[in-house]
Write a protein that binds this ligand. Structure first.
Ligand SMILES: Cc1ncc(COP(=O)(O)O)c(C=O)c1O
Length: 393
């Protein structure tokens, strides 16, 4: 068979199921408005939660770093690429997270793959929430440990598995704020179980870093669980507006991963402008808590507005609001209609979410104005599917 014939057949199969994905070209920065096909539209699907991706101070830090250090790191961290900027950002992140040390990775995907595959191996067991991010799932697969999936955010389901499964080393791994649902893991209970059953805990703070907690350090900070979580992973490409990821924990963990995590060892270090941008964004996260308040306000405004229209938006409100539709085709039609009405809000379909739970994943930013949120609600109002008659506008 011609290779292209296979590719085309697969694409047709995906299209027939309403699951074929395509990219849209976005012009301009990731602001609250972006330009698509020459038209300015409201952006309701970026992870640039705090508006830092195009913040002037962050951009300036990147430009200055490019002028001073160049655009590329030139090698892996263990060869020539470990620049002072990397070490300084690691120290700032460790202080931010309240851990002994921190290690940068080139993306959250790399961090999860490298960390999980280093912590557990053949003969070990990993316990993973059913709605964990794909990079956690892939890290579990790569590790060769036996994988036990517990029901989403269900500590009892986790405990039943912990009781049943003997293993040399055990790792519990979970998103803190779930990427597609915006809800929180029961971290308090998870830490108690880990202590009771002798397991390590790894928490992925990709969608909580910069956003949750008094200082924006994440859910572990908010729940005062520092010291009880073995591994705190987070990303620099979402609320921090840059790119890359970190793993924070003990000095021994960081030294171990520096030696064992292949996605750390065998790749070129993060580029200096990216590292400088992340460092500048981190300072803003610490110094400007008002951004977190605006983000929370916008999440609540949009969540309430959509529910009033009759949309199924499971709470609690956060910066990530899943507008549940169910059918992939209907989800994508809604996404297209919203774009026609000037709102970019992408549909999320299986395999990114479980079968039957296709949704619009609406995300708010601190830089959205109340007017922006009203505009988004008006676009949803014009396209609202079968909503209760008394709530119809
Ligand atoms: C929970 C979670 N973990 C990890 C990642 C991967 O992070 P990155 O985009 O930096 O690869 C993402 C997002 O893509 C995520 O949502």
């Amino acid at each position: 068979m011609r290779p292209d014939a296979f590719f085309e057949e697969e694409l047709q199969r995906l299209a027939a199921q309403g699951l074929r994905r395509e990219m849209r070209v976005v012009d301009g920065a990731q602001g609250n408005r972006v330009v698509i096909d020459g038209r300015s539209v409201l952006c309701l699907c970026s992870n640039n939660y705090l508006g830092l991706a195009d913040d002037p101070a962050v951009v300036e830090a990147a430009v200055r770093a490019a002028r001073t250090y160049g655009v590329g790191a030139g090698g892996s961290r263990l060869v020539s690429g470990s620049m002072r900027l990397h070490h300084e950002l690691e120290e700032s992140l460790a202080a931010f997270k309240g851990t002994e040390r921190c290690l940068l990775f080139n993306s959250g995907y790399h961090a999860n793959l490298g960390t999980i595959a280093s912590l557990v191996d053949d003969g070990d067991a990993v316990f993973s929430d059913a709605l964990n991010h794909a990079s956690i799932i892939d890290g579990c697969r790569l590790s060769r440990a036996a994988v036990y999936v517990y029901r989403h955010a269900d500590a009892e389901s986790l405990e039943r598995l912990l009781q049943r499964v003997p293993a040399r080393r055990r790792l519990i791994v979970t998103d803190s704020i779930f990427s597609m649902d915006g809800d929180a893991a029961p971290l308090h209970r998870i830490c108690e179980l880990a202590e009771g059953y002798g397991a390590m805990v790894m928490v992925d703070e990709a969608h909580a870093t910069g956003v949750v907690g008094e200082n924006g350090a994440g859910l572990v900070e908010a729940l005062r669980l520092r010291g009880r979580v073995t591994v705190q992973m987070g990303t620099l490409g979402k609320a921090l507006g840059a790119f890359g990821a970190y793993v924070a924990g003990s000095a021994a963990l960081v030294d171990f991963l520096t030696n064992a995590a292949r996605p750390f060892v065998y790749t070129t270090a993060l580029p200096p402008p990216v590292v400088a941008a992340a460092a500048s964004a981190l300072a803003i996260v610490r110094n400007e808590p008002s951004r977190r308040l605006l983000l929370r306000r916008n999440g609540a405004l949009l969540g309430n507005g959509l529910r009033h229209l009759g949309y199924d938006v499971p709470g609690p409100d956060s910066h990530i609001l899943p507008v549940m539709i169910g059918d992939p085709g209907a989800t994508m039609r809604l996404s297209d209609e919203l774009l026609e009405r000037g709102v970019l809000a992408r549909g999320i379909r299986p395999p990114s979410v479980p079968e039957g739970t296709a949704r619009i994943r609406a995300t708010v930013m601190a830089t959205h104005t109340e007017g922006d949120i009203r505009e988004a609600i008006a676009a949803f109002a014009a396209t609202a599917p079968a909503r209760p008659a008394e709530l119809s506008p």
